[in-house]
Design a protein around this ligand. Sequence first.
Ligand code: ATP
Ligand code: MG
Length: 563
Amino acid sequence: MTHETDGKAVGKDFIRSKIDQQIKEGLAPATIQTRFPPEPNGYLHIGHAKAICLDFGIAREYGGNCNLRFDDTNPVKEDTEYVDAIQNDVQWLGFRWQGEARYASDYFGRLYELAVDLIEMDKAYVDSQSAEEIHANRGTLTEPGKNSPYRERGIGENLDLFRRMKDGEFPDGAHVLRAKIDMASPNVIMRDPVLYRIRHASHHRTGDAWCIYPMYDYTHCISDSIERVTHSLCSLEFENNRELYDWVLETLNLYPSKQTEFARLNINGTVLSKRKLIQLVTQGHVSGWDDPRMPTLCGVRRRGFTPESLRDFCERIGVARANSRVDYGLLEFCVREHLNRIAPRLMAVLNPLRVTVENYPAGQVEWFEMPLNPEDASQGNRKVPFSRELLLERDDFMENPPARFHRLSPGKEVRLRYAYYLTCREVKKDAAGNVTELVCSYDPASRGGGTPDGRKVKGTLHWLSARHAVKAEARLYDRLFRKDDPEADLAEDETFLVNLNPDSLVTVEAHLEPALAEYPVDSRVQFERLGYFRVDEDSTAERKVFNRIVGLRDTWAKVAAQG
Ligand code: ATP
Ligand code: MG
């Protein structure tokens, strides 16, 4: 487990340090302006949470503002379903953007005018090579590219062609608009990048108003500049794009937003890429974007993670410039830390073993008043029935236990949580030798969990009164992938999907104390000694469904070590 060494980040990260330095030198802008710029082509995932915490967090800490801007320049892959989900997720994480949500598509008109300006400055031209030709002439990391035969078209011809592209005179792929920079640039991105392409496709916001769409590199910097973004924070894969970002703004003499890159978040045992997450959904490997095994924000929300725990996680992992993988255990640690404080603790049995308390009067029922959280009296109490027939957890009994087994075994005495001491007198078995029932006795003097003679018992078990127990469904989730890096060491014909964990969902019947069955959907509770659970949306009036959020300890590390 790495979380034992991963304390909260010490000192400030390089981005905040840089802003502090700017402030000290009097070079900081009057107001820090950031933005979170998702492309609405899928649901947000935990990697986005890192970017969100950074973009919104920095704005908040420095008294600035953060915009939410949809980077919606690709009409083919984008959808309003995603726009709505993304807004919902950002708010759920606890952040509010400045004003209305913005859209790169709001700027299509301005982007077009600026492209015309570039043509007039002889800084952009219409290229009529095919996509394959453009690709082939791009050169390589070691060889310069080749100038397009259309590169020296006159400005007038370029203006005419670009207008006719916009007016829909040409089919997809007939022409593109390219920046005129340098086909020999050592930075391949600077080799006359494409700024506009023809796409006869309806856009989720602009409909059929446009049939040419601006490319990301051209759109992003100008959108930032229009919004007077001072610190444009993005993940490391955009490092080489920064030169183009600066080129566009400088050439057009626009407000000089500045881009800073930070490392992408990767987490062991999962994938953080919308493209791959879409595959899991469309191929039916999970029940949907919000399947509780998904690393999407709606997935972990349905699982039962709290926004507080995700923000805590993002704070602990910090912000660096080097890519790395974070142990999933750290995320679980953060979730446990929070749930330990807020979740009421009640009793449920997942794998029941019947117990008859031979000296307890048949037909008698006692109701024990128990705290919902012994560490937080403000959570109040609930009443739990006790009777002659009990259910214990099967794992809490061993007929021939090893020395350090402090739970129930023949002749051994244990404490039933807040109730009585119980001693195992007899083990009943079926023909195959399976334990079917225990006959036990209780000590009436131990009511409440202690005895007048002060004798010690080591084990305290959770329990239920059999006839009061309420049945429910428990969904026990585990890692979606069985490898830390699902994409490592794949054979040529394999994809990350071969590493799906076949046991990532195990459904069992749970037995609940009566009070537990009363919690509504979205409640988070601890099943004592078993883990944290959330009441799922699939619950019905007759039958509750509980998602296991996380166990009480890191069992995965142990299993993996035995591997
Ligand atoms: P994906 O590969 O999942 O599609 P993306 O980078 O294409 O991710 P965008 O919607 O373009 O997704 O991302 C919005 C913002 O979130 C960008 O600034 C991007 O840098 C950031 N981001 C995306 N994934 C991560 C991640 N794993 N770690 C940190 N930041 C991320
Ligand atoms: Mg993207």
